[in-house]
Design a binder for this molecule. Structure first.
Ligand SMILES: CC(C)(COP(=O)([O-])OP(=O)([O-])OC[C@H]1O[C@@H](n2cnc3c(N)ncnc32)[C@H](O)[C@@H]1OP(=O)([O-])[O-])[C@@H](O)C(=O)NCCC(=O)NCCSC(=O)C[C@@](C)(O)CC(=O)[O-]
Length: 309
């Protein structure tokens, strides 16, 4: 089995990771997290979303966060834009990339963005057109490609249907999301295969939540297919507001540990990532969800104890 020699990780902690946080997280903390992620080598960061503050209050500081980042020329910053209102606000903050997000299940589409799949595509089309005319890269995200919290199993044909609609309106890259983390490797492979009917392998990424502890296995299954781009979230932050019980994305630290252990480059510094994860976990007042970070932090502690003895 051959795997890609290099993998690109899109850090979604600041957006997907924090959007569901009930306690207020100050913009300054979000900005500091992004700076620490940059210092750890993140080159792709999903910063925030331009959605209704009534629906997702935690992202109401979107423009403030975008304005507060000390941008690096070699880092790309993306934001979510569900409609023209979101796009018009987002474009003022000069994102490198925007994300339109739909769902492979009708029920989730209604709960998440208050419209059917077909209506969502009608909303996305002018966003995609405007972004591409402005030279902004357009990513699409497909939620519930394996299972839906309202409909249960989602057939690969539904994933293929949505992928085609996204492709037809000019979306350049597509993310295949297991929103509630119910996927297992073969189910995830089928969702990816359905997507690959419409998008080139170089334009497809995996976005796996870790609710059932399957996300690293699912990442490996996708890697084995040649997929080399993944969304991950530092400290395993996250959960979707419209997917009750779903936990965060696969932790960036856990994926980096696996990839480096396989000799696959990511450009990320695992120790600095652990520091970034420890920073945000402390700010939120709870332990990291990353198994790797927990192990490395315990090792650091015991090294400190050994030195002190
Ligand atoms: C999509 C909408 C806005 C439609 O919401 P709507 O109510 O259908 O929109 P509307 O056009 O009827 O407008 C209603 C009100 O919302 C306002 N509005 C309308 N649009 C915007 C906007 N862009 N920004 C700010 N305000 C907006 C608009 O101005 C109006 O304000 P009012 O007149 O009542 O004061 C709403 O349903 C919404 O914000 N949903 C939140 C969706 C969300 O952020 N979900 C989480 C992100 S997706 C995700 O996490 C999944 C992913 C990507 O990670 C992959 C995975 O794991 O599955």
């Amino acid at each position: 089995m051959s795997y890609p020699s290099r993998v690109k990780l899109v850090e979604v902690g600041p957006r997907d990771g924090l959007q569901n946080e009930k306690q207020p997280v100050p913009a300054a903390v979000k900005i500091e997290l992004i700076h620490r992620l940059q210092a750890a080598g993140s080159k792709e960061i999903e910063v925030t979303s331009f959605v209704s503050p009534k629906w997702v209050p935690q992202m109401a500081d979107n423009a403030e966060v975008m304005a507060g980042i000390e941008r690096r020329a070699d880092v790309r910053y993306s934001v979510l834009t569900p409609n023209m209102k979101g796009y018009e606000a987002a474009v003022l903050t000069q994102p490198d990339e925007i994300v339109v997000f739909g769902a492979a299940s009708e029920a989730f589409s209604q709960k998440n963005i208050n419209c059917s799949i077909a209506e969502s595509i009608e909303r996305f089309a002018p966003v995609v057109e405007a972004a591409r005319a402005a030279g902004i890269y357009v990513r699409g995200a497909m939620s519930c490609t394996v299972g839906c919290p309202y409909e249960g199993d989602v057939a690969p044909s539904q994933v293929g249907y949505l992928a085609k609609l996204m492709k037809d309106i000019g979306v350049q890259h597509i993310g295949v999301a297991d929103t509630i983390g119910v996927g297992t490797p073969i189910k995830v492979r089928k969702a990816l295969e359905a997507t690959l009917q419409h998008f080139d392998i170089n334009d497809v990424s995996g976005h796996f939540h870790d609710t059932y502890g399957q996300a690293v296995a699912n990442t490996l299954a996708a890697l084995a297919m040649g997929v080399w781009q993944f969304d991950t979230s530092v400290a395993g932050l996250g959960g979707c507001p419209y997917a009750k019980g779903a936990t965060g994305n696969v932790a960036t630290e856990d994926v980096v540990y696996m990839l480096h252990g396989m000799g696959i480059e990511t450009g990320l510094d695992l120790d600095k990532l652990v520091d970034a994860g420890a920073f945000i976990s402390q700010a939120l007042g709870r332990p990291t969800q990353s198994r790797v970070a927990k192990a490395l932090l315990a090792k650091r502690d015991s090294a400190g104890v050994c030195e002190a003895v």
